[in-house]
Design a protein around this ligand. Structure first.
Ligand SMILES: [Fe+2]
Ligand SMILES: [Fe+2]
Length: 178
């Protein structure tokens, strides 16, 4: 079963959306004093490794360059927009992490900042994933053949410990209570 390279990426999107929901709940919990800020930091760490390093890595090193080679332009098209949004997401996640670390060390004043960056990150990624699912990946299905880049994408997943990270996400979900 070779499948298409975007199959794995669609699946990643579902896991990322799940983690974003959990992040939103965890931040609300921190705000209400019910949840340990360490849980928020774990979710941020998951998103940084899974979404930013691994998933955006597959897109930026394998999928997007393949689309460029098939004539999809980097500038003035969806690829450039996607790459910019990956960068904006990294910025928001970094600042969410910095704010969460301040909250963990007792600075309640940083909760609002944490919420700001976590919410901005979620809003950005929800619409980003929507565009990829409905526009870019549909385009990729047309120009990239079945089985192409599938092994390469699997290798990147392995290098980044995709399965291990997903197991960890399950553990955080259990700690958050569902
Ligand atoms: Fe992306
Ligand atoms: Fe994506």
């Amino acid at each position: 079963m070779a499948g298409h390279v975007v199959d794995q990426l669609y699946e990643d999107h579902d896991r990322i959306l799940e983690a974003l929901d959990m992040l939103e709940k965890a931040v609300e919990g921190v705000e209400a004093g019910r949840v340990d800020p360490a849980v928020v930091l774990e979710l941020i760490d998951f998103l940084s490794r899974f979404a930013d390093h691994y998933h955006h890595g597959v897109e930026e090193l394998l999928l997007f360059p393949a689309l460029e080679r098939r004539g999809v332009p980097l500038h003035g098209g969806p690829i450039g927009v996607m790459v910019c949004e990956h960068g904006m997401g990294r910025y928001m996640l970094r600042n969410a992490r910095a704010a969460a670390e301040r909250v963990r060390s007792g600075d309640r004043g940083a909760v609002a900042e944490l919420k700001h960056y976590a919410t901005s990150y979620r809003d950005l990624l929800v619409q980003h994933i929507d565009k990829e699912n409905n526009v870019l990946f549909a385009m990729a299905r047309d120009v990239i053949g079945e089985g192409e880049l599938v092994e390469e994408a699997r290798r990147v997943a392995e290098e980044h410990g995709r399965e291990e990270l997903l197991k960890r996400l399950g553990e955080i979900r259990a700690r958050l209570g569902g």
